[in-house]
Design a protein around this ligand. Structure first.
Ligand code: PGA
Length: 248
């Protein structure tokens, strides 16, 4: 299985900064077919990033969120077909900031995954427990509940077509990471659930780890059992740093 390196820029980098980032990144990152690299810019910078990557189609671009309807009266939202038409191949779904800052529910994540699949986007379903849930010993229960709801409308083939990202909420943007051992424990549980939901096709679904990943801890986390890639926020904003991480 090829490792996946995904950069979540969150609400940073407009179109010009995205174009400049891409110029610097491709200058330092030689074409390679042994890994998948995905950039998740702001929706308004997706086209600029895609355009800058015209000569590097192996580097993928995605959106950070989609709505589950295809079109209509949903002011401020971006549908999966619109994201696709703007150059996105992937869509983050259920990122912890969507869940905890914007109140997105498990059920909405499920509708978004299904909408992404219908539009030909690859959903990256994000799951993860809060610090309080972890302290109460609920990590596995929370993560598996989010996983089951997020994939509830995907169908078996759809499950196999998704990516999953495990991001403990307490590790996002805090400088604290799960230990490779703790990450492995959750990733192994996610794999077992994926197999139950998607059958044999789900054995190859990459399960990314995210939460304060940087160039120092990337290799150890990537080496953990069932960690098939990294979803990186803060440390992905600088092109040279991102280049180092994507070469892990
Ligand atoms: P972080 O963010 O790397 O800044 O912790 C990760 C994410 O939110 O995807």
């Amino acid at each position: 299985m090829q490792p996946v390196f995904a950069a979540n820029w969150k609400m940073n980098h407009g179109p010009e900064e995205a174009a400049e980032f891409v110029r610097r990144f491709v200058a330092g990152f030689a074409p390679t077919s042994d890994r998948t690299v995905i950039l998740f810019p702001s929706a308004l910078a997706v086209a600029a990033a895609r355009e800058g990557l015209r000569a590097r189609p192996e580097i993928k671009v995605g959106v950070q969120n989609i709505h589950w309807e295809e079109r209509g009266a949903f002011t401020g939202e971006t549908s999966a077909p619109i994201a696709r038409a703007a150059g996105a191949d992937y869509a983050l779904v259920g990122h912890s900031e969507r869940r905890h800052v914007f109140g997105e529910t498990d059920e909405q994540a499920g509708k978004k995954v299904a909408a992404g699949l219908r539009a030909g986007l690859t959903p990256v379903l994000c799951v993860g427990e809060t610090a309080a849930e972890r302290e109460r010993g609920e990590t596995a229960a929370v993560v598996l509940r989010q996983l089951r709801s997020g994939l509830a409308q995907a169908g078996r083939a759809g499950v196999a077509a998704c990516l999953v990202a495990y991001e403990p909420v307490w590790a996002i943007g805090t400088g604290e990471t799960a230990t490779p051992r703790d990450a492995a424990e959750v990733h192994v549980a996610i794999r077992a659930e994926l197999r139950a939901l998607g059958g044999d096709g789900a054995v190859n679904v990459p399960i990314l780890y995210g939460g304060s990943v940087n160039q120092e801890n990337a290799a150890a986390l990537l080496a953990a059992d069932e960690v098939g890639g990294l979803l990186v926020g803060g440390a992905s904003l600088d092109a040279e740093r991102w280049c180092t991480i994507a070469r892990t």
